[in-house]
Structures are given as structure tokens and as C-alpha cells.
Design a protein around this ligand. Structure first.
Ligand code: PRP
Length: 181
């Protein structure tokens, strides 16, 4: 699996440092609140797990399964909710936890939905932000690392469902996805 990676973009050590830093900020910012952390499956899993353990607060953890990539390397723009929340967000402070913001189609759609359902506030923590990929205007509140316009995998991010278990974020060798197209 590691042989399919051209370069490591964010190392395991850097990811842990990001989680500690963002965890402290979130702990301070939500001090008097009891937020709901909403992880967007599947990509959020490692980051949700590591970030949550750096936040010294009582909070709810909930998940939604959404998808817009449907197997390729470009967003389809069509955000599908495959599994919905099992908790009400009405009058709650919500922090969405994501692995990456690229076009921002997913996050803008989900923020609109949660606000429509009556959330008091909706903010986001993302490990990676790829501003060069934006199709919609959006700036996340908590960003681990800004990355260039490369197709990245690992630490939750997949190509065709694989590589999510890499402990770092890496750039996939172009020949790996060229094989398929
Ligand atoms: C990825 C990622 C974000 C979204 C970001 O999810 O986890 O949810 O794409 O891209 P965008 O800003 O262009 O919308 P994906 O749809 O691949 O599902 P997954 O989390 O199950 O991999």
C-alpha cells in the first residue's frame, strides 16, 4: 500500500500536533457549552477519534454518512445523505468534523441542512483545507493544514475506498488512478 504513495504530505507526528492544537482551541471556545460533534462518515473517523480525545469538555458525538465522490477523484456536486443523525440539533451548538474541504459542496449543503433543522450554531473543524478546489465560498473555523490542489489519500481519505487506514496523508501516484480511467 505504501508503494502507491508518491509523497507524504502530512506526517503522523504533524497530525498529532494538529489535534493537540485544535483540541485546545475548541476546548477554550466551547468552554461553557455542550456541543454536538458531527462527524461526516466515512472520512472523518481517524480525525474525529484523535481530535475528540484532545478536547477537555463534555460533548455529544454523532455521525452522518454523506457522499459526493461516488468512486472517482472529482466531486460529483451531488451530495447524498446515506445515513442521517440519530440526535436532534435543535438549539444546539454543532461542530462538524471532517477530513477535508475541497469544493465545499458537502459542507455548505450540510450546514444549510443543520441550520434549517434549528441548530443554534454550526462550525467546522477540518484536518485539511484545499482552498484551490473551491466551487462555493466557504472558510472553515478550525483548519489543521492548508494543502495544494493534489489528490490526497490516507488518515480517512480514500481512493476507491482504499488507503483510509494509512497513518499519514499522502499524494497518490498518478499511475494508480490512471490505471482505472
Ligand atoms: C469527502 C470528504 C468530504 C468531502 C469533501 O467525502 O470526506 O466529506 O469529500 O469534498 P467537497 O468539499 O468537494 O465536498 P466523500 O464524498 O469522498 O465520502 P467519504 O467521506 O465516505 O470518503
Amino acid at each position: 500500500m505504501h508503494n502507491d504513495i508518491a509523497d507524504i504530505l502530512v506526517s503522523e507526528k504533524e497530525i498529532q500536533e494538529i489535534c493537540v492544537k485544535l483540541g485546545k482551541q475548541i476546548t477554550a471556545d466551547y468552554k461553557d457549552k455542550q456541543p454536538i460533534f458531527v462527524g461526516l462518515l466515512k472520512g472523518c473517523v481517524p480525525f474525529m477519534s484523535d481530535l475528540a480525545r484532545q478536547v477537555d469538555l463534555k460533548f455529544d458525538m454523532a455521525y452522518m454518512s454523506v457522499s459526493s465522490y461516488h468512486g472517482g477523484i472529482a466531486s460529483s456536486g451531488d451530495v447524498k445523505i446515506k445515513m442521517d443523525l440519530d440526535i436532534s440539533v435543535k438549539d444546539r451548538d454543532v461542530l462538524i468534523v471532517e477530513d477535508i474541504v475541497d469544493t465545499a459542496n458537502t459542507i455548505v449543503t450540510i450546514i444549510d441542512l443543520l441550520k434549517h433543522r434549528g441548530a443554534k450554531s454550526v462550525k467546522m473543524a477540518t484536518l485539511l483545507d484545499k482552498p484551490a478546489g473551491r466551487l462555493r465560498e466557504y472558510q472553515p473555523e478550525y483548519v489543521g493544514r492548508v494543502i495544494p490542489k493534489e489528490f490526497v489519500v490516507g488518515y480517512g481519505l480514500d481512493y476507491d475506498e482504499y488507503y483510509r487506514n494509512l497513518p499519514y496523508v499522502g499524494i497518490l501516484k498518478p499511475e494508480v488512478y490512471a490505471k482505472k480511467s
